[in-house]
Design a binder for this molecule. Structure first.
Ligand SMILES: O=C(O)CCC(=O)C(=O)O
Ligand SMILES: [Fe+2]
Length: 364
């Protein structure tokens, strides 16, 4: 553990891969079988259509209103225990802040490739910047997406050299959005702490740091049903808040062996419990596997804001849940320093719940 709590440098990196937006922009004939092969996967579990299963909605304004807080907290508890995913309505992030960040993201991805590549992640120096993360072998199937991954909070964790300076408003728009979303995360975590009967700080501390992953999924006219925009994974963080920038569906969650679409709800964010909350709650709240599919004709953009503790913290089942001297539930996860946890994450392929499997002890 780094007692200074500073952001460590060499945490691990990702292998360089082709730019997907560039592939998609070229004439179809240039996308040869040899190129496409790196993206093609086999068939998977069936997808339920969105009108058969309804993902829960938590209304943040009601959660913060004493007249409705208890009822809404019950909804939040059920969503965390049973789903791990929910829409957040009335989150209070203004349309203005959201539209600005949307416009600036669109303008960034419309820049010529060379200008975007100037923000590219630098080899093994981390996974921040423009490109693709979590590519650890040449054999691994690739995702049909490019991304811009940036540490946003606290400000001292930022690598500003990788923050686009074009469009000129990008940095201020992203900063404003990131602060607002961190507030939403902290409010949700505070309500979760009350539901769990643990000290608020134990949960809100996992919104102290934030990274943002902006996913750009180009259309995939060939074999889009055999290609994924983002491989199945669970988020290795505390709490994720996702903005589905485009009206195009793509996000799916794994539930009872099926993939369920979580289609964009105008004005709402999508929240999901991450692996760290699963560990802290000793498995009461589950971090659910999810993926993104691609569309044959339409591009799709999403912005995931990941919240976690600052470096220097440790992650493990909370004392209030497992007891200080083994008098509570049996701990089902080991305890690990936040820095070692990030190293474990960055040395792994993005695949299912592999990080959680590495953290499990005492299976039930
Ligand atoms: O694009 C999406 O809807 C999912 C993004 C996601 O799961 C992630 O960035 O971790
Ligand atoms: Fe995710």
């Amino acid at each position: 553990m780094d007692p200074s709590g500073k952001k460590p440098r060499e945490l691990g990196g990702s292998l360089p891969v082709p730019n997907v937006q560039d592939h998609a922009a070229r004439p179809a004939a240039e996308l040869t079988p040899a190129i496409l092969h790196r993206y093609l996967r086999g068939a998977d579990a069936p997808v339920l259509s969105s009108n058969t299963t309804i993902v829960p909605v938590v209304d943040l304004a009601r959660l913060l209103d004493p007249a409705h807080a208890d009822e809404e907290a019950g909804r939040l508890r059920a969503a965390c225990e049973d789903w791990g995913f929910f829409h957040v309505a009335n989150h209070g992030v203004t349309g203005h802040v959201i539209n600005d960040v949307k416009d600036d993201i669109e303008a960034f991805f419309n820049l010529p490739l060379a200008e975007k590549n100037a923000m590219a992640a630098q080899g093994s120096s981390g996974i921040e910047g423009y490109g693709q993360a979590f590519v650890v072998s040449e054999e691994q199937k690739l995702d049909w997406a490019d991304m811009l991954f940036l540490a946003t909070l606290p400000p001292e964790y930022r690598s500003l050299n990788l923050w686009p300076s074009k469009p000129t408003t990008f940095r201020t728009s992203l900063e404003r959005y990131s602060v607002e979303v961190q507030r939403v995360a902290a409010e949700l975590l505070r309500a979760m702490a009350r539901n769990l009967g643990v000290a608020e700080e134990k949960m809100t501390s996992i919104a102290a740091a934030q990274t943002v992953r902006i996913n750009y999924y180009p259309p995939c006219p060939q074999a889009h049903d055999q290609v994924l925009g983002l491989s199945p994974h669970s988020d290795a963080v505390g709490l994720t808040l996702l903005l589905q920038v485009s009206p195009v569906p793509g996000l799916q969650i794994r539930r009872e062996g099926k993939w369920i679409p979580v289609d964009p709800v105008p004005g709402a964010l999508v929240a999901n419990v991450g692996d760290v909350v699963e560990m802290l709650t000793n498995g009461r709240y589950k971090s659910i596997e999810h993926r993104a599919v691609v569309n044959a004709r339409h591009e799709r953009v999403s912005v995931a804001a990941f919240h976690s503790a600052k470096f220097g913290a440790t992650y493990g089942p909370l004392e209030e849940i497992v007891g200080a001297s083994g008098d509570g539930e049996t701990p089902r996860y080991r305890t690990i320093g936040a820095e070692d946890y990030v190293k474990l994450l960055l040395s792994s392929k993005l695949e299912g719940k592999n990080i959680m499997d590495a953290m499990k002890i005492n299976p039930p």
